[in-house]
Design a protein around this ligand. Structure first.
Ligand code: ADP
Ligand code: MG
Length: 432
């Protein structure tokens, strides 16, 4: 087994304070939106209809979603932990604007490790004699905020002896990030177990009331840190996923909420009128959410999609082409975007993608510190994430919070990729 330190920037990066505040201010709105989508069977069905014809992974998730609804939900408490990611788009006059890259509704990571980065950067600034600047770094503790959500869901589930189960990867590359959240739960006297899909397949069962037991222990909350890419699944793992979804345990997220985080849903949200229909009577919420949207375009078969494809092929540097995948390193840019789109232009395969305006942030210099990599100064851009946590019991929202932030920074030569993909590193915002 090999342990490396998580990569980080030497110095904190400048973030415009107005945009930082805007990102926090819209988080509860996004929590409401994700939760509303997850309960809207017709919307998910209509929105994903074209995608599931072209993308097997989304189709399989969708099949489980429908199967669970047909049987009737055993789960009555719902827990969402998401992370809404943004970049600061530089307009023609140089004014930066907050633009959402995506919202992650499953396995949104680095809330644990980033709870430590402000201390690291504070120390670096002090070594440099910059005490005043060090004192201005904001406290940030998503570990605690995430754990408070999990603890609330555990409490509402209502069984003192039941455990929280972290559903983890076969090969665990980010265990310490998860341990930070786990520790907060043990501190609140909540028992945590760590299991893989394989363990669930081998030892999981439901009783008559569809209570979930794994390895002999009743599970109150399933917190997925796995299960968001096709490679996480073989036939047995799909069976394990179905068992979990059918159970009474609180899933974070349930499969409907995972589907609410697909790129296709994100694109449909940007259509005029969609937000209004999903959040009726909430004009201010809708306005705050819409202000963060970049241009998003459907590539569905038909005239609209034909025009969009032609527009992107003519000017590929203006756009990003995104498949229904998570975890970084899947998007297409520039010449590659043009070639792929030309190839699939007349095929239904194109509906497995969406197109998005490319965000162009102002770069800044920093050092990216990564184990076994040379130390050199790089031109960098940053992506800000805000963690959202909410708990709903039946129809009633009992918790809805913004639980902290994450700043990730990467060298500009990498168009794509997060920390797990080995491209971005952990950072701390320095508000300006
Ligand atoms: P994933 O689910 O793989 O994380 P993202 O939509 O977050 O997919 O894209 C991965 C990365 O690609 C982002 O972290 C960002 O660096 C870059 N990226 C995504 N969308 C855009 C965009 N519209 N403009 C510029 N860069 C983008
Ligand atoms: Mg992302």
């Amino acid at each position: 087994q090999v342990v490396n330190y998580a990569p980080f920037t030497l110095l904190p990066s400048a973030v415009p304070s107005a945009l930082f505040e805007q990102a926090y201010a819209v988080q509860q709105d996004f929590n409401l939106l994700v939760d509303a989508i997850s309960q809207n069977k017709e919307f998910l069905e209509r929105t994903l209809a074209s995608t599931i014809k072209a993308d097997d992974f989304t189709a399989q998730l969708f099949r489980i979603h429908m199967q669970v609804l047909e049987e009737g939900l055993a789960q009555s408490v719902f827990l969402g932990i998401n992370r809404s990611d943004y970049m600061f788009d530089c307009g023609v006059d140089g004014t930066p604007a907050l633009k959402q890259i995506e919202i992650n509704t499953i396995a949104a990571s680095f809330g644990g490790l980033t709870s430590r980065t402000a201390a690291v950067h504070g120390r670096v600034l002090k070594v440099l004699g910059k005490y005043k600047e060090a004192s201005r770094l904001l406290p940030n503790n998503p570990s605690e905020g995430l754990a408070l959500g999990i603890a609330k869901a555990w409490e509402l589930y209502g069984s003192q002896s039941a455990v929280v189960m972290f559903l983890v990867e076969e090969v665990q590359r980010n265990i310490f990030d998860q341990r930070c959240v786990e520790n907060e739960l043990w501190n609140r006297n909540i028992r945590v177990i760590r299991k893989r899909f394989r363990d669930v397949f081998e030892t999981g069962s439901l009783d008559d009331a569809r209570r979930l037991y794994v390895d002999g222990q009743e599970v109150a909350v399933v917190y997925y840190r796995e299960g968001y890419v096709p490679q996480n699944y073989d036939q047995q793992n799909w069976e394990a996923r179905l068992l979990l979804e059918r159970s009474r345990a609180v899933k974070c997220p349930d499969i409907a909420t995972q589907l609410a985080g697909t790129k296709k849903v994100q694109q449909e949200l940007s259509r005029p009128g969609t937000l209004e229909r999903l959040l009726p009577g909430r004009a201010e919420t809708v306005a705050r959410i819409r202000a963060t949207f970049a241009g998003l375009y459907s590539l569905d078969v038909g005239e609209e999609g034909d025009q969009i494809a032609a527009m992107a092929i003519a000017d590929p540097d203006r756009f990003v082409l995104k498949p229904q995948r998570e975890g970084g390193g899947n998007n297409l840019y520039g010449e590659e975007l043009r070639q792929v789109l030309e190839k699939i232009r007349d095929s239904p395969e194109r509906t497995s993608y969406i197109l998005m305006d490319k965000i162009k942030p102002q770069p800044a210099m920093n050092y990216l510190l990564r184990a076994h990599s040379p130390l050199e100064v790089s031109e960098c851009i940053s992506e800000l994430g805000i963690f959202g946590v909410y708990v709903r019991q039946g129809k009633e929202m009992v918790m809805n919070t913004a639980a902290g932030h994450l700043l990730r920074t990467k060298a500009i030569e990498h168009a794509d990729g997060g920390v797990a993909a080995g491209v971005a590193v952990l950072d701390t915002p320095y508000l300006v």
